[in-house]
Design a protein around this ligand. Structure first.
Ligand SMILES: Cc1cc2nc3c(=O)[nH]c(=O)nc-3n(C[C@H](O)[C@H](O)[C@H](O)COP(=O)(O)OP(=O)(O)OC[C@H]3O[C@@H](n4cnc5c(N)ncnc54)[C@H](O)[C@@H]3O)c2cc1C
Length: 562
């Protein structure tokens, strides 16, 4: 017989007072504006209700801004005592709903923990607090002659803690690795309220690597308060080039050859036939100037914040394909045609590829960039070029790489314009070994094609495989229909990825979106994760309802307002 456990009622003012006892009155809020601001991240599924002007479905009851690990431990003790969930919040740029307080409770905003504690030129490491924003850290390192080498497209709106929690990858990850390859140690507060430090001696040498147990756990095991990260000398030179390949297969063969020869270009981006065609078509409507070799590597492009536009977004690319039909995208006829085309996504996808093949002067474009010390980079760039040519690549010169570099942060951090047109856009990033990669590409592409217009590029290469980044745009007439279509698209896409032997995510993390797929991804190993969860968070208060973890303990307190 299962006994129903009683739900405890808790007055909101009691919770507020208890939190104020940990951090002071000024750094606790129960205001509607703060609660709404911390109720979601950039997950596309949540933007449907924003567009509809619907109220936030899962706001936190309170928001707190701790400044030290000690304060955070105090908050955790309060949350344990009152049995209230806690959800860490970095900058809310996640795209899977990871920060959504599914069961209410306390949103812990880490942005006041933003000190750069140490930059050590001898060990080539730095120590930073979890709430530091990516751009600030990279600028500070750059001023001292170093780089972290981590350049996610969200560098202007994401934190180091968020990167580590969700296993972020930057645009130069093929050389520098993902964030998990850069971390040497962490300080974190567990669900027990204990402050733990891992990797005291740098790289793990004895026993399991406890740092890596916390990386990627998205706030379910502990909240990261600071990290020790590997840094590199700032590059002296970045050499960017474009290559044309007859098809995706030969382009991938070129990348595989490069990686398995031991070469490590920083940028590797192979666009599929359709994405290549769209990029070229779209480019012709923009004025470009050509360059080159960039002195000082990729850093100069961090000089100022990017223009926030939708210029490279999916809507702009669609407009490039059907310019006369869609007009400027806002006319009634353009809107109708746009919707009509998206509704017939399967036909549109087939027609688009045929058109790309018929009209495209190029097959697939590869952007490759090599950076580092000048002499080494010059040699490495020429060796990379040689391998690519052996695989059938034709050198297109420096211009394609320059175009990419200029616009690599030019994306909308707000709701993309495509939403104003009544459609939705999102991305799915999967990965696999070389052997399965083409099958993975075909399977996922087909699965998404049934629901939306789709294109893809391959990036983040490894000696053993590569990731695939699908961008898609879909449409349905009502919010409910759009949500249904969106859910079916993800279900079919991720099921296809699993069947083809791919992983369900390369760097966007899991959050709410991919939580139901965690068991298929990890199978027996989920038991290890669950055991860790039970040990580090015995009350189940850390980011509950996420990552495919279960909780059968005492129900959370029901928070009431007088
Ligand atoms: C325009 C745009 C471009 C993007 N480009 C990239 C890209 O190139 N590469 C990439 O990897 N991602 C990219 N993303 C996704 C997103 O930026 C990353 O997932 C990033 O790592 C999230 O960081 P954040 O600080 O915003 O974390 P949040 O969104 O605040 O949180 C993400 C998850 O981590 C948890 N969390 C946050 N901080 C901590 C902490 N200190 N301790 C424990 N858990 C914590 C949260 O609870 C949540 O589950 C992009 C997003 C957008 C909107």
């Amino acid at each position: 017989m299962v006994l129903a456990m009683a739900v405890v009622r808790l007055d909101l003012e009691e919770l507020r007072r208890a939190l104020a006892g940990a951090v002071g009155d000024l750094r606790v809020s129960t205001k509607g504006t703060d609660r709404t601001a911390h109720a979601r991240d950039m997950w596309t599924r949540l933007l449907f209700s924003v567009r509809a002007g619907a109220p936030t479905s899962h706001p936190p009851d309170a928001v707190v801004w701790p400044e030290t690990a000690g304060e955070l431990a105090e908050i955790m003790h309060v949350a344990r005592r009152l049995h209230v969930p806690v959800v860490p919040y970095g900058a809310g740029s996640g795209v899977c709903g990871g920060v959504v307080p599914l069961h209410g409770g306390i949103s812990i905003d880490l942005k006041r923990m933003d000190r750069i504690l140490r930059i050590d030129p001898d060990d080539l490491t730095c120590e930073v607090e979890a709430g530091v924003m990516g751009e600030r850290l990279e600028r500070e390192l750059c001023r001292k002659g170093f780089t972290l080498g981590h350049f996610p497209s969200s560098i202007y709106c994401s934190t180091v803690g968020g990167w580590l929690a969700a296993r972020s990858a930057g645009q130069l990850s093929t050389k520098y690795g993902k964030i998990e390859d850069m971390v040497r140690g962490l300080t974190a507060v567990t669900g027990r309220g204990d402050v733990i430090t891992t990797g005291r001696h740098g790289r793990a040498m004895v026993g399991p690597d406890f740092t890596q147990l916390l990386v990627g756990s998205e706030g379910t095991l502990a909240i990261i308060t600071s990290a020790r990260l590997k840094i590199r000398p700032a590059p002296e030179l970045l050499v960017l080039r474009g290559y044309e390949f007859p098809d995706v297969g030969s382009g991938l063969e070129g990348i595989r050859r490069v990686m398995q020869r031991g070469l490590r270009p920083a940028v590797v981006r192979l666009y599929d036939e359709f994405d290549t065609f769209m990029a070229l078509l779209h480019k012709e409507s923009r004025k470009e100037e050509a360059v080159q070799r960039v002195e000082g590597g990729a850093l100069p492009s961090l000089e100022g914040p990017p223009a926030v536009t939708d210029a490279d977004g999916p809507l702009a690319r669609l407009r490039a394909l059907i310019p006369s039909a869609a007009g400027n995208g806002h006319g009634a006829l353009g809107r109708e045609l746009f919707h009509a085309a998206l509704v017939r996504s399967r036909v549109l996808n087939t027609a688009a590829v045929t058109l790309a093949r018929k009209l495209g002067r190029r097959g697939c474009m590869l952007i490759v960039g090599t950076e580092g010390a000048r002499a080494r980079t010059e040699v490495e760039a020429s060796l990379v070029g040689r391998e690519l040519e052996k695989a059938g690549g034709k050198d297109l010169g420096e211009e394609p790489g320059k175009n990419w570099l200029e616009r690599r942060y030019a994306m909308s951090y707000k709701m993309p314009k495509v939403y104003e047109m009544g459609a939705f856009a999102d991305t799915m990033e999967v990965a696999s070994t070389w052997e399965r990669l083409l099958d993975l590409y075909d399977s996922v592409r087909q699965a998404i094609s049934r629901h939306a217009f789709v294109m893809a590029h391959f990036s983040h290469a490894y000696p053993e495989g590569c990731s695939i980044y699908f961008t898609f745009v879909g449409y349905a007439a009502t919010r409910q229909q759009a949500e249904k279509k969106y859910d079916e698209l993800w279900r079919d896409g991720l099921a296809a990825a699993t069947r083809a032997g791919g992983t369900i995510s390369h760097h966007h993390g899991v959050g709410l979106l991919k939580s139901p797929f965690m068991a298929d991804e990890h199978r027996d190993s989920m038991a290890i994760y669950q055991a860790l969860k039970n040990a580090l968070d015995p009350d189940g208060i850390l980011n509950p309802g996420k990552m495919g973890l279960s909780w059968q303990g005492t129900p959370f307190a029901m928070i009431t307002r007088k």
